[in-house]
Each structure stands twice: as structure tokens, then as C-alpha cells.
Ligand binder design. Structure first.
Ligand SMILES: *Cc1c(COP(=O)(O)O)cnc(C)c1O
Length: 483
């Protein structure tokens, strides 16, 4: 399987090559040259598989340059710290079922992809004789999932910027309690956007980037998208009975359009998905797009701080991959749309909007703080289940799109323990932490505080980054490796 750019430039790359490359060199995103297809017979055969076995089958369709036995070893390792089922399903009544994606080390769905990424990154670096210094900015969930997936890896160091004093106590503890030598937490005097601007400034200096072997593990990463495809197959296999090609619908609490894009890929691959329901919070730029066909990203200043903070996003970095399919995989159409975005601040697919639902099954809705609180209460009163604020946004929007006879699967993107304050507001109760979580919250913390200063940051990275003696002079992709 080869990967091409949504903007048509550059040569096709292998899975491993796109993994180390990040953005395609023309500024587009890597997409499969041909979407793999899965037929009904194969689906039935997959019913008997464990989660890691299923992951090997699904990822094997994408990572064709990695031998099966290596993939099997990596998927087994990636999900070894999860409960046996890895992704449990829990019905909550009214035709709704929660898909538990938050059983990993940081209690959020990002572990599902990040744990595999940690394995496959180390593998690809080993094979290429390279090292990688991951530079990122986080407001909470992504940084902790990345650090827990990459801790202790020999060929990887992590430099994670966060806005000083602006993360929750739980998020701080999850990151700052790690004492692995390859994890560098840096608290910046500023807000999240200041952190992100520092990352952009350093990564934009191509000479520095290359000299320091800098890279990213953000939500456009292809390994993350493909690892997320697996749980759509898993949930379908658990929800349906053998032999029936029953359709199910999914609702996905969304921000960067990463999670739901993986569901969209699963549907394109032939999984019987009826509707993909996109749920946003008050930052509803994506709901606006799917209802009107007009995409108008917002500025940081227009982005609200909500009680489902991991969805406080005003630009959806993966949307370009959907646009690529919408325009019939025509890179010129994507380039046109992005040119419009640069000059007008928006692009307009209102003429195509009816196709979003008819052809792709994509519909959407918005949930607000009031909805979130009411939904947490209603689910708790009805079932005794505690759900987190992001999942509550999903449940609220899912209810608006349930159809008789079609199971509605709502992705649980985080555990309530991460958002104790909102649970307290909704239910007036204090969450009990497990002994493991208690120990994490009480553990000593390790963080470097730094001014919002690119020079200070680059000196810090120069001093602490992994230096790959064995690093090749050419960037990956400049010459072909088909081992
Ligand atoms: C990241 C995140 C989301 C949004 O997922 P996208 O892939 O960015 O759409 C939703 N909920 C939680 C808890 C998250 O951490």
C-alpha cells in the first residue's frame, strides 16, 4: 500500500515512511492511494479474533511494508496494559451503547492510537537507524497519552510544552509524575496558543529541525488514524450477530476530526455503518460545516473554554482528508478549497452538502454545557453509569439521531475521573479514585518552568535532545527503502 498527498505533490511513500515524515512535503496529508476493502466473509472470519489479533488484520491492510509477525508483536504489546477485552461495550438503554475507548493508561481514547504509535515508531526508527525528538504542545490529553506511550523508548525523547498553571491537577499529575529520563515536561509562562506558536517557530526552522531530529505525533499522524479504524470494526463485530450484515451507527465526540475520520475510513472499507454522527461542543465549527457545507475555521480568540476541553478546537486538522474524498480524490479540488480558505477565510461546499449524508452517512449536532450536565445526570439516574463530559456531548447528540432498529454506538472518549469538577457539578458527588490513581496524584512531580522564549527552548532542546550518531544525512523519503 502506497500513500499519496491530498494535494497531489511528492512521490508515493510507504506506511513507515509517512510515519516519520508527518506532513507531506507539499503541505497536504498522506492518504492511502487506494482504500483497502473488506468483504463480508472476511468480517465473519474476524469475529473470533481478540482485539490485538483484529488490530493486526486491519493494520496489516495499511502497513503492507511491515511483516505480519512484527505487526502482531507490536499490537500485542500496545494493548497489553488494557483489560482483556481492550474495548468493552456497555448498553445504556434507548438503543444506545457506549464503546469503551478509555481503558488505557491515561483514561482517554488517545491511548488507543498512541500506544500503537509508540510501538511502530520505535520499530521504524530502529529499522532506519534513526532517533526522534518529539516536540509538541498540549492542553492536557494528547501530551499525556504521547508521554505514556513513548516513555522509556530508547530512540525517542519527548519535549512537551504545556501552559503553566492552566491544566487540571489530574492532567498535571498524569504528565509530571513520569520520571523517565526521555520525557521532558516544559511549563511555559503563557496559554496553549503560546506553546503551539513556540512549536511552530522551532519546527519551522528547517535546519534546526533536521539537526535536532525533531518530529511530531499529532492528530494528523497516519498511524494514529489507522489504529483508530480497528475499534470501529471491533464494535461492529461485538454489536452484531454472526451472518447478518446489520448496519449500526456511531456517534463520535469530535474536535480535530481524527477519531471520526477513522470511522469514515472503516465505512469506505466496507464496514456496514449507516450513520456517522459528529458531536461538537460549543466550539461547533464542524457541526456548522456538516449542516451548511460552509467551513469557516475560527481564531484562537473566538475559541471558547468549555467543560469538554479536549474538543475546544476551532480548526479541524484532519478535515482535508474528508474533502479529498468529497472532491472525488482530486488533489486540484483540495488545493482550490484551501486557496479559498487562505484568501476568504472559508470555503463553500453547500452544493455538495446533501451528499454528506446520502453518500457518506455523515450528520452532526452540537451539545452545550447545560446539555452536558443534564446528560451526565440522566445517564446516571437511568443506569447508574458515570460518563465524562465529552462522552456526554456524544450521548446528547446521539439521541437526536437514533433510528428504530439501528443500534447507536457512542464512543466513550474519556473516563469521568479526568473531569471530577464537572461530575461534581452534575451529580454533587466526589469521585472515588482507585489506589493506582491516588498514587499517581500524590507522586512527586518533575517539570521545567520556562519563559515564553524560543531561544531558551531551543537551547534546552539542544542540550537534552537525543543525538543519533547513526542518523542518515538524507531525510526519510528522499531515497526509497523497501525492506
Ligand atoms: C481528543 C479528544 C476528542 C476529540 O477527538 P478528535 O480526534 O480530535 O476529533 C474528544 N474527546 C476527548 C476526551 C479527547 O481527548
Amino acid at each position: 500500500m502506497q500513500y499519496i498527498s491530498t494535494r497531489g505533490g511528492g512521490e508515493p511513500l510507504s506506511y513507515s515512511e509517512t510515519l516519520l515524515e508527518g506532513l507531506a512535503r507539499d503541505g497536504g496529508l498522506a492518504v492511502p492511494a487506494v482504500m483497502p476493502r473488506v468483504d463480508g466473509e472476511t468480517l465473519e472470519r474476524w469475529r473470533a479474533l481478540t482485539y490485538p489479533q483484529l488490530a493486526t488484520e486491519v493494520l496489516g491492510l495499511f502497513a503492507t511494508d511491515i511483516p505480519r509477525e512484527d505487526l502482531a508483536r507490536m499490537t500485542a504489546a500496545a494493548y497489553s496494559s488494557f483489560p482483556a477485552e481492550v474495548v468493552p461495550l456497555r448498553p445504556i438503554g434507548d438503543g444506545l451503547t457506549l464503546v469503551g475507548l478509555s481503558e488505557g493508561p491515561t483514561l482517554a481514547f488517545k491511548d488507543m492510537a498512541m500506544q500503537f504509535l509508540g510501538q511502530v515508531l520505535e520499530y521504524a526508527l530502529e529499522r532506519e537507524g534513526r532517533v526522534l525528538n518529539v516536540l509538541g504542545a498540549t492542553s492536557g490529553d494528547t501530551g499525556s497519552a504521547a508521554e505514556h506511550a513513548l516513555r522509556g523508548k530508547e530512540r525517542i525523547s519527548v519535549f512537551m510544552l504545556s501552559p503553566r498553571g492552566r491544566m487540571s491537577a489530574f492532567q498535571r499529575a498524569q504528565m509530571f509524575s513520569l520520571d523517565d529520563a526521555n520525557i521532558h515536561n516544559i511549563a511555559i509562562d503563557g496559554v496553549f496558543d503560546d506553546c503551539q506558536n513556540l512549536v511552530k517557530e522551532l519546527a519551522g526552522d528547517l535546519e534546526f529541525k533536521r539537526a535536532q531530529n525533531l518530529g511530531a505525533v499529532n492528530s494528523i499522524n497516519l498511524a494514529r488514524i489507522t489504529a483508530q479504524v480497528v475499534y470501529y470494526f471491533w464494535a461492529w463485530l461485538r454489536q452484531t450477530d454472526a451472518g447478518g450484515a446489520t448496519e449500526v451507527s456511531f456517534t463520535v465526540p469530535s474536535g480535530n476530526f481524527g477519531n471520526i475520520l477513522s470511522g469514515f475510513y472503516a465505512k469506505q472499507m466496507g464496514l456496514p455503518i449507516r450513520r456517522l454522527v459528529l458531536a461538537t461542543n460549543e466550539n461547533n465549527v464542524l457541526d456548522e460545516f456538516f449542516r451548511t457545507g460552509v467551513y469557516r475555521p475560527r481564531s484562537a480568540a473566538e475559541t471558547l473554554a468549555t467543560s469538554s476541553p479536549s474538543m475546544d478546537i476551532s480548526k479541524a486538522s484532519n478535515l482535508e482528508r474528508f474533502i479529498f474524498e468529497l472532491v472525488g480524490r482530486d488533489a486540484a479540488g483540495v488545493v482550490d478549497a484551501w486557496r479559498g480558505l487562505a484568501t476568504e477565510g472559508s470555503f463553500d461546499f453547500s452544493a455538495d452538502q446533501p451528499r454528506f449524508e446520502e453518500e457518506f452517512g455523515l450528520v452532526s449536532g452540537t451539545s452545550t454545557h447545560t446539555d452536558r450536565i443534564a446528560t451526565i445526570r440522566a445517564v446516571h439516574a437511568g443506569t447508574g453509569e458515570l460518563i465524562d463530559p465529552h462522552t456526554a456531548d456524544g450521548v446528547k447528540v446521539a439521541r437526536e439521531h437514533v433510528e428504530p432498529g439501528v443500534p447507536m454506538l457512542v464512543l466513550e472518549t474519556a473516563k469521568p475521573e479526568k473531569f471530577a469538577e464537572t461530575i461534581r457539578e452534575a451529580l454533587g458527588l466526589e469521585l472515588e479514585y482507585s489506589p493506582e490513581l491516588r498514587a499517581m496524584l500524590d507522586a512527586p512531580q518533575r517539570v521545567t518552568e520556562m519563559a515564553d522564549d524560543a531561544h531558551a527552548l531551543s537551547s534546552f532542546i539542544e542540550a537534552a535532545s537525543l543525538k543519533g550518531d547513526t542518523v542518515r544525512e538524507t531525510p526519510v523519503g528522499a531515497d526509497r527503502h523497501d525492506s
